[in-house]
Structure formats: structure tokens, C-alpha cells
Design a protein around this ligand. Structure first.
Ligand code: AMP
Length: 444
């Protein structure tokens, strides 16, 4: 199959060729004809599957071939994304795909001055990428109208709900034209997402390109049990021992990010951090420098976990496990993309055993453990498995014998094995009248 056989026009084919896209990925093969045919979509696709081109390319074709010229302050297609970084990234992809088309595109998000955005929207834009909060601000200040809107895309919809955007989404939904095409992309499908889909989609085509809640099986995953207070020391030890070159590290809190970055920088390691408290420009600069390999270690909260496309990232380290098990899949989805192999290592302390158990249940695999020599925890991490069982009363670790005799852990890494493939498909979307997914935490 080629992009030409999917019915794409020449200017788009030329742009894809320049980008080196030769064959459509599975999500593209399914989504492109459906979007061109005007269908609504409900797609379960993880980042790294090529989903951005899956929706953006046919969308650009529709904008180029159909519909009126955009008028002042109007938008014809809207892509909603959860974070500023993702807005920039999706817009950059859109710009590349639209290179040979006479269409205007733009991205708006919070954390930067609203005035230049208002100015830019005066003439109207064909395709707008936006975060929900800033979009509503612009709408309320009359900088935006939706009467020309023909297509709405919700990208990383589950993440938008996790970040507490459900109220913004329902406010946006209320002011959009009822007659429109809607495409919903989500890595995971919780009940809240199904409610959203029931409200927003009209007879959608369901697409699922990878099993639900299963990480790419090109990612080797390990857990290293360790005492909480020794995590920074263990991280530095592993970094040096394994000569890690480029690592994306996830920490739970903003303070955790800052503390680890400070420690690494203090040791002369080239590290930077991103989290919700940092100004947008600083976050973007850190990310750009990491992508360009000018920064070796990027430490982030989950704000950076979704959708960020970093080419050939070999390693993700979970310095802390995520509170929400699904975030584990998104975090480790930064590596092993587009068929490449990657590694994901989690430093797990006894306190985190329930989080580990939830991750194993969700991903239906028992993560292999690797005990790092000299870092064996005093507070043992109880055994867990994919059934969700935690062995609550662990046996006391054997005391090492005074001389020789006892077996030592030789520090071998073991592959985590295959992940479960028999995951049920998405249930058909039901129409549900109410849409209230409840407030959640914002800004991780
Ligand atoms: P996404 O899942 O949209 O974030 O895309 C993941 C990565 O795959 C990005 O670097 C894309 O540029 C790349 N990509 C998307 N589609 C293709 C394709 N058909 N062939 C090669 N690379 C692709």
C-alpha cells in the first residue's frame, strides 16, 4: 500500500516524500480513507504509531479541496491537544504536511502572551492547534468564531481529561457547530473517554492499531528495587556504569525534578528539567536541546510524558512510578517508537509496590526485577504479578554470610518477555446524554 493508493493529492504526497514517509503506518492506512470520506473516528492509537499524520494529512486535503475561504477570526479545523509542547509539536508536523498547500495554520496555548495570538487570528486560520484553556480565553475575548468549523480533532483525549480539562471541553463543545466531523484519538479508553465519545461523535468508525493498555513490545522493561532515599545515588551509579547517553527521566513532583537536576548538575552531568512551574519558553528550550542531544538527561514530570516525539530515544527511566498506571504506558512510549527498540527502567521503592502492581495489572505482564549489587533495599519491595496480587508479608531478606559462600547477584539484566496480546477490542460507542467526567488535578 502507498499513500497515493489512499487517495491523497499530489502536494501532500510530495510533502510526505520529503519527510521520508514511504509506506502508511497501520493507523494511517485506516484513518486516512475514513477521514477523507467524512467519517467521524474513534481511534485507539498510541503515540509513535504515526497518528498525527493519520488525522492531519487527510484533514489538510479536505481543507484544500472543500469548503469556503476562511473569514476573519474564524477557523475551519481545530485540533485540541492537552499540553503546550504537544501543540507546538503537532503544529510543526501540520506545517510540514501542508508545505505545498495554500492553507494557513497556527498554534495557540497558554503560558505566553495572548495579544500576538489575537492579532494572528484576525485574518482567520484554516487549521488551528490549541490547548483547551487558551482556546476558550480567545473565544471569550471574541478573537475566535466557530461558525466555519468543519472538523474537530481531539488528540490525546484521555490526557486532556486527566489534566482536568473536562469542563473546558464541554464548554467548547457547546459553542461548536453541531454539523461537523469529529476525530477522537486516545491512547487508552476509560469510561470517561467513552462518555466523551458518546457525546461528541456521530456514528464513528472505531480504529484500534495496537492492543489496549499494552506497551510496545519493542520496549524492554525492568524494575530495580531500591530504598527511596537511595534512588538518586542508584540513578547516578546506573548512568555511569551503563554509559547512558540520552535518557528521559520521569519524576513524580516538580520538586523531585528540580532536586534530581540539581544533584546531576552538581556532579557535572549535563541535565535539565521540565515541569509545569517553568515558563513555556524555558520548557521548550530544554526540550529542543534534549532533542538535539545538547542535553544528556532530561528530567520531567508527566507533563512531558505524552505525545512528545523524540527521535530514537533509547531509554526512559522512571525515577518514581506514576500515580496513574496508564501514565506508565505513555512514559515508556517515548522509546521504542516506529519499530525501534528501547529500554524502560523503573526504580521502585517499597512505598510504590501498589503502583507497581497496578501497572503490571494494566499491562498484563509481570515486570522483571533486577537487583543492583550494593543497592539491595533494606525495605524489601513485596512480590507482585500481573494478577494484581501483592505478597503483603515478605520474608526477611537473608543476611549475607560473613565469608564467601552465599550466592551473589551478578547484576545481569533479563528481558521482560512478551506482553499479552489477547486484549479485548473497544466496545461499540454508546450515546450517553450527560457529560460530566468530574474535575481532576491540573498541571502535573
Ligand atoms: P506520531 O505517532 O504521530 O507522533 O509519529 C511518530 C513518528 O513517526 C514521527 O516522527 C513521524 O514523523 C513518524 N512517522 C509518521 N508516519 C510515518 C510513516 N508513514 N513513515 C515513516 N515515519 C512516519
Amino acid at each position: 500500500m502507498t499513500f497515493a493508493t489512499l487517495g491523497l493529492i499530489e502536494p501532500l504526497l510530495r510533502a510526505l516524500e520529503t519527510l521520508g514517509y514511504q509506506t502508511p503506518t497501520p493507523v494511517q492506512a485506516q484513518a486516512i480513507p475514513a477521514v477523507l470520506a467524512g467519517r467521524d473516528l474513534m481511534a485507539a492509537a498510541q503515540t509513535g504509531t504515526g497518528k498525527t499524520a493519520g488525522f492531519a494529512v487527510p484533514l489538510l486535503q479536505l481543507l484544500a479541496m472543500e469548503g469556503p475561504k476562511v473569514t476573519a477570526n474564524s477557523v475551519r479545523a481545530l485540533i485540541l491537544v492537552p499540553t503546550r509542547e504537544l501543540a507546538e509539536q503537532v503544529h510543526e508536523s501540520v506545517r510540514q504536511y501542508a508545505e505545498h498547500l495554500p492553507l494557513s495554520t497556527y498554534a495557540v496555548y497558554g503560558g505566553v502572551s495572548i495579544n500576538p495570538q489575537m492579532m494572528k487570528l484576525r485574518k482567520g486560520v484554516d487549521l488551528l492547534v490549541a490547548t483547551p484553556g487558551r482556546l476558550l480565553d480567545l473565544f471569550r475575548q471574541n478573537a475566535l468564531k466557530f461558525n466555519q468549523l468543519q472538523t474537530l480533532v481531539l488528540d490525546e483525549a484521555d490526557r486532556m481529561l486527566d489534566l482536568g480539562f473536562s469542563e473546558e471541553l464541554s464548554n467548547i463543545y457547546r459553542v461548536l457547530p453541531k454539523k461537523r466531523q469529529t476525530l477522537l484519538f486516545s491512547a487508552t479508553f476509560s469510561d470517561a473517554i467513552r462518555l466523551l465519545a458518546g457525546q461528541m461523535l456521530n456514528d464513528p468508525l472505531s480504529i484500534e492499531v495496537s492492543p489496549r493498555n499494552v506497551a510496545a513490545n519493542t520496549v524492554k522493561q525492568w524494575v530495580v528495587p531500591v530504598d527511596k532515599k537511595r534512588k538518586p545515588e542508584l540513578f547516578v551509579h546506573l548512568l555511569r556504569k551503563n554509559h547512558w547517553k540520552q535518557v528521559l527521566v520521569f519524576a513524580k513532583t516538580r520538586n523531585g525534578v528540580d532536586a534530581l537536576v540539581e544533584k546531576l548538575q552538581g556532579l557535572g552531568v549535563n541535565a535539565d528539567g521540565i515541569h509545569g512551574d517553568k515558563p513555556q519558553a524555558t520548557r521548550q528550550r530544554a526540550l529542543d536541546r534534549f532533542k538535539a542531544s545538547e542535553v544528556q538527561i532530561l528530567v520531567a514530570t508527566d507533563v512531558a510524558a505524552r505525545g512528545l516525539d523524540i527521535e530514537d530515544l533509547p531509554l526512559v527511566v522512571n525515577f518514581d512510578l506514576p500515580i496513574v498506571a496508564e501514565d506508565y504506558i505513555h512514559r515508556i512510549g517515548r522509546t521504542g517508537r516506529a519499530g525501534a527498540t528501547g529500554e524502560a527502567i523503573s526504580l521502585v521503592c517499597a512505598d510504590e509496590v501498589n503502583l507497581l502492581s497496578a501497572i503490571e495489572m494494566l499491562t498484563r505482564q509481570t515486570l522483571n526485577r533486577h537487583m543492583e549489587q550494593d543497592f539491595e533495599p533494606e525495605h524489601r519491595v513485596p512480590d507482585t504479578d500481573a494478577s494484581g496480587q501483592v505478597v503483603k508479608k515478605p520474608k526477611k531478606p537473608k543476611k549475607p554470610k560473613a565469608s564467601g559462600g552465599g550466592k551473589r547477584n551478578l547484576g545481569k539484566w533479563v528481558d521482560s518477555g512478551e506482553v499479552a496480546a489477547d486484549v479485548p477490542a473497544i466496545k461499540p460507542v454508546r450515546k450517553v446524554p450527560v457529560f460530566n467526567t468530574g474535575p481532576r488535578k491540573r498541571k502535573p
